[in-house]
Write a protein that binds this ligand. Structure first.
Ligand code: F6R
Length: 608
């Protein structure tokens, strides 16, 4: 978690202005506290996010270089004392850090014995003291930083600055993302490219175990053992404006409304409808290996995990491949049976989720082919997997994932078509899926026109404190996702349940104060869902149904209906989840909550 941003320039720009503006685009990574250090002026820190920091910064707080940070607390309370940047005893070595230093307690004790005085509870502070300690041997800042990096264990994206060499900033990466921005007479370090883009599109992604030194004119990359690394810059072509709200009150609503465009972008250039084929350029290099794959293990977390569960139904039913779906956080802690005929497929919006990344690495260690469905181009999972499919959903800023889920399901449908046609899916079936995929953007656009109706439903149920979400088969993961959306943005109790499981326990909760969202579109499980709805009504429970347009019968049975256009059962989650996303959005908005930044959550979970 956490966002870091650092700048060094020759002249002209005001470093604190550059850094504060940059931090704003990193706010999705954490907002517990914010801080900035300029060697020419010192540090300013505060609990809260950038707006709070801005208020505390004096007018003359100007300089040519500096480092800045947004924190998502791991070690130590989100107080000013624990806000980054952290310094050594003399206030000369300063550090911002994203990640966790696992051996900080033992280092802190040793440094304490050597007379170092610590001011915070943060694990990060040991890094500054370690550099200070190595500086006493006279080896200079760069070597002292390298020695300190070799002392620490854990995950980090770091930027370090030394008051006596204000032009120079040192970055390092181990498990947490770091990207360098290469401008003319100015260089940047950040957790992702967004704060760099207004200044330059030329970036270099650091790999784990690499260190970089930037000055206004130069950058140099080397490994922890000091050997040089040569890497070409990448040109980033998405615009910083894409990350703006585009007229909507919240990113979450904007991103839900982008759904039709997101599906189009995920499909672009990847369908050959006349032949019923999918063309996935990112998998071309591994086509032969894919033919030999006997099993797929999908690894993911949260919303991406629920997308994976839908993928399991798609791939098993239509491509005939055995699929398991594993939480990234569990996979590497059991002894998974994996071999070279297994593909481990990671699904991740950010491409930086540590649990998912580690599951990929575990799969690799065990000889699996590793694949990714990833949104963030150049992210760690995208780089470490053997092959993959980019979502092309554009940056997702709202902490609650919405458009990424739509895109993940679309990409999984493409993958099903791609693998299915390799394994005996008929051209006719392929054509049917391809045709319906193409029809989805217009269907979703039509559904989104009804958002005001969903807003009024959210108002109607605004006093409810609990919700049950029911679904079956393809729409069981949609029930899980609907519940997750509601709880993460509204902080109320919601649980997803297989409709067939209801009688094994959850039905005991039902009464007139405990409404149920039933995903009851016209598919192979429709009749069964209707029976479950009867059972709930018999216990005085209120039911809101997600139902297929034209289904007038269901309206007589339930209290409220959210209609969705008809589509193939395998694609129905792509439409059915949207009313649930909108319901969660309006429900939370009605409570006056910070929909885009729910408490205790961060967008990119780069800690275990
Ligand atoms: C929920 C949400 C999280 C993420 C999860 C995985 O709305 O956003 O559950 O889905 O943290 O993140 P990625 O997809 O970046 O790996």
């Amino acid at each position: 978690m956490c966002g870091i941003f650092a700048y060094t320039g020759k002249k002209g720009k005001n470093a604190s202005g550059v850094l504060l503006k940059g931090l704003l685009s990193l706010e999705y990574r954490g907002y517990d506290s914010a801080g900035i250090y300029l060697p020419e002026r010192g540090s300013v820190k505060t609990p809260g996010a950038v707006a709070e920091l801005r208020k505390k910064i004096p007018k003359d707080f100007k300089g040519k270089s500096g480092i800045a940070h947004l924190r998502w607390a791991t070690h130590g309370e989100p107080t000013e004392k624990n806000a980054h940047p952290h310094a050594d005893c003399e206030g000369e070595v300063w550090v911002v850090h994203n990640g966790i230093i696992e051996n900080f307690r033992e280092l802190k004790e040793k440094l304490g014995q050597r007379g170092h005085k610590f001011k915070s509870d943060s694990d990060t502070e040991v890094i500054a003291h370690l550099v200070e300690e190595h500086l006493t041997t006279g080896i200079g800042f760069e070597k002292a930083a390298l020695a300190a990096l070799n002392d620490i264990r854990g995950t980090y994206g770091i930027a370090l600055q030394y008051k006596k060499e204000p032009d120079r900033i040192i970055a390092a990466r181990m498990g947490s993302p770091i990207v360098l921005g290469l401008g003319a007479g100015e260089h940047f370090i950040a957790s992702d490219p967004s704060p760099i883009l207004p200044h330059t599109r030329k970036v270099v992604f650091l790999e784990d175990g690499e260190v970089a030194v930037i000055t206004p004119e130069k950058h140099r990359i080397f490994k922890l053992d000091a050997t040089d690394v040569k890497r070409k810059a990448t040109k980033i072509d998405w615009s910083a404006e894409e990350a703006q709200k585009g007229g909507y009150e919240h990113f979450m609503l904007k991103e839900i409304m982008e759904g039709p465009e997101v599906i189009e972008n995920t499909l672009r250039g990847r369908l050959i409808p006349a032949k019923g084929l999918a063309k996935l350029g990112g998998l071309e290099g591994v086509t032969k290996q894919l033919e030999k794959i006997e099993r797929i293990i999908i690894v993911a977390c949260g919303t991406a995990y629920y997308a994976g569960l839908v993928g399991e139904y798609m791939l098993e039913e239509h491509a005939g491949i055995p699929v398991e779906v594993e939480l990234g956080s569990e996979f590497r802690y059991r002894k998974p049976v994996v071999n070279e005929r297994t593909a481990v497929l990671a699904i991740s919006q950010s491409g930086e989720t540590l649990d998912t990344l580690e599951a990929v690495r575990e799969g690799k260690r065990r000889g699996a082919l590793t694949l990714g469905i990833v949104n963030a181009v150049g992210s760690t999972i995208a780089r470490e997997t053997d092959a993959g499919v980019y979502n092309h959903a554009g940056p997702e800023i709202g902490v609650a994932s919405t458009k990424a889920f739509i895109s993940q399901l679309t990409a999984l449908a493409l993958l099903t078509l791609f693998l299915g046609r390799q394994r005996g899916m008929t051209a006719q079936e392929g054509k049917k899926i391809a045709k319906e995929l193409q029809a989805l953007p217009a269907k979703l656009a039509k559904l989104l026109e009804r958002k005001e109706g969903i807003a009024s439903l959210a108002r109607k149920y605004s006093d409810s404190r609990d919700f049950l979400f029911l679904g079956r088969r393809y729409n069981l993961p949609v029930a899980f996702e609907g519940a997750l959306k509601l709880k993460e943005v509204s902080y109320i109790h919601a649980e997803g349940c297989g409709a067939g499981e209801m009688k094994h326990g959850p039905i005991a909760m039902i009464d007139e104060k405990f409404p149920t969202m039933a995903i009851a579109t016209k598919d192979s499980m429709y009749e069964k869902l209707i029976s479950n709805i009867h059972e709930i009504k018999a216990r005085k429970g209120h039911v809101i149904a997600v139902a297929t347009e034209g289904d007038k019968e269901i309206a007589k049975l339930v209290d409220d209906v959210m209609y969705v256009p008809e589509t193939l059962e395998m694609l129905s989650p792509i439409l059915n989840v949207v009313p649930l996303q909108l319901f969660a959005y309006y429900f939370a908005k009605g409570k006056g909550l910070n929909v885009d930044r729910p408490r205790n959550l961060a967008k990119s979970v780069t800690v275990e």
